[in-house]
Design a protein around this ligand. Structure first.
Ligand SMILES: [Zn+2]
Length: 301
C-alpha cells in the first residue's frame, strides 16, 4: 500500500487506522492530526494520504506523550514546518525531551541501552501550544472539546469534534486488552475514574488509540473497568502476605501467564504494577512499610 487512506466518520472527521490510530480533522486551511503514530515509516504513509487528499498539515494535537503517539512528528514537521503542535502540560515536556520516557521507566537512572528503542524513545518534537486539560480549544476554525483522562499517563486528554470522541489510551480494544494482560498505566484509580467519566458521556462515536472505532462504547468501557478491578483484586490477594514489588510482580506474572524476558517488557510491566499499587493505596486497600532494608507491601485486613 503506497499510502494510508483515512476512514472518514463525518464529512470532516476521520482517522488513519493502524496499530496506533491517528485521528484526522479537516480544518479551514488543512488537516489537523490527533497524534502521529509510531515512527517516520507510518508518518510517510500519512503524508501520502494527506497529499492524495490535497490537505496540507496545519496542526498535530497530542493526547499524551507515549512514543507510539508522537513518533511521527519529526518526519511530518520536516514536511510541513509551519504546522503547530499542541500538547497537554507535562506531556509536552516529554515530547520535547523524549529521553524522559526511558528515564522514568528505568526508575530515573541513566537509561540502559536496551531501553533506547523506538517503542520507548521517539524522535524529539517541538511543542508550540500547551493544551488546557479541560475546556475548549479552536484550531484552524474547528472547535475541539478537551476531556481530561489521566491514569494511563499523567495528563492524557481526549478530544471531541463533531460529537466524535478521540479517546486516546483511556480504554483499549478487546484484542489489545487480551494481548497486554497487564495494561500500561501510572495510576489504576485515576484510570478507572477516567473510564467512569467516559461511561457518562454520550457521543456519536469513539475511537481509542488502539482498537476499533465504535458507536456503542459502553460494553468495551465496562470490560476495561472490570479488567482493572480484577487486576486490583488479584494484586491485593497476592499481598495477603508481605511482598516486595519484585516479588509481587513475579507472582502476578505467574498468575497471568505472562513472561518477562526483555528489558522493555520488564520496565513497562513494572511501572504498570506500581500504577496498580498506587491505585490500591489511594483506595486504602494496601499499605507499605520498611523492614530489613526492604520496602514491603501488604493488604490491609
Ligand atoms: Zn499510551
Amino acid at each position: 500500500m503506497s499510502h494510508l487512506q483515512p476512514e472518514m466518520i463525518t464529512s470532516r472527521v476521520g482517522y488513519f487506522p493502524g496499530s496506533v490510530n491517528v485521528g484526522v480533522v479537516l480544518g479551514e486551511s488543512g488537516a489537523i492530526l490527533v497524534d502521529s503514530g509510531l515512527d517516520a515509516q507510518t508518518a510517510k504513509k500519512i503524508k501520502k494520504g494527506l497529499d492524495a487528499m490535497a490537505q496540507p498539515l496545519v496542526a498535530i494535537v497530542q493526547t499524551h506523550a507515549h512514543a507510539d503517539h508522537f513518533g511521527g512528528n519529526a518526519y511530518l514537521l520536516g514536511c510541513w514546518p509551519d504546522a503547530l503542535v499542541y500538547a497537554p502540560p507535562l506531556e509536552e515536556a516529554i515530547i520535547r525531551c523524549p529521553l524522559l520516557e526511558p528515564i522514568y521507566l528505568g526508575m530515573g537512572a541513566q537509561p540502559l541501552p536496551e531501553l533506547r528503542n523506538k517503542f520507548l524513545l521517539a524522535e524529539a518534537s517541538r511543542v508550540d501550544r500547551i493544551l488546557p486539560t479541560e475546556g475548549k480549544v479552536e484550531i484552524d476554525g474547528v472547535s475541539f472539546t478537551i476531556l481530561s483522562l489521566p491514569g494511563h499517563s499523567w495528563q492524557q486528554v481526549g478530544l471531541v469534534c463533531d460529537d466524535i470522541c478521540f479517546a486516546a489510551d483511556s480504554y483499549f480494544g478487546e484484542e489489545t486488552l487480551e494481548k497486554h494482560k497487564l495494561p500500561f498505566l501510572i495510576d489504576a484509580h485515576e484510570t478507572i475514574l477516567s473510564l467512569v467519566k467516559l461511561v457518562e458521556t454520550n457521543y456519536t462515536g469513539y475511537l481509542p488509540g488502539h482498537g476499533p472505532y465504535t458507536t456503542a462504547v459502553e460494553p468495551i468501557l465496562t470490560r476495561n473497568i472490570h479488567g482493572h478491578r480484577r487486576l486490583m483484586d488479584m494484586i491485593e490477594s497476592i499481598l495477603a502476605e508481605e511482598r516486595t514489588l519484585e516479588q509481587g510482580l513475579a507472582l502476578l506474572c505467574e498468575r497471568l501467564q505472562l513472561s518477562l524476558e526483555n528489558m522493555t517488557g520488564y520496565v513497562l510491566y513494572r511501572t504498570a504494577f506500581m500504577g496498580y499499587l498506587v491505585g490500591l493505596l489511594r483506595e486504602e486497600r494496601i499499605r507499605y512499610r520498611f523492614a530489613a532494608n526492604q520496602l514491603l507491601w501488604s493488604k490491609i485486613e
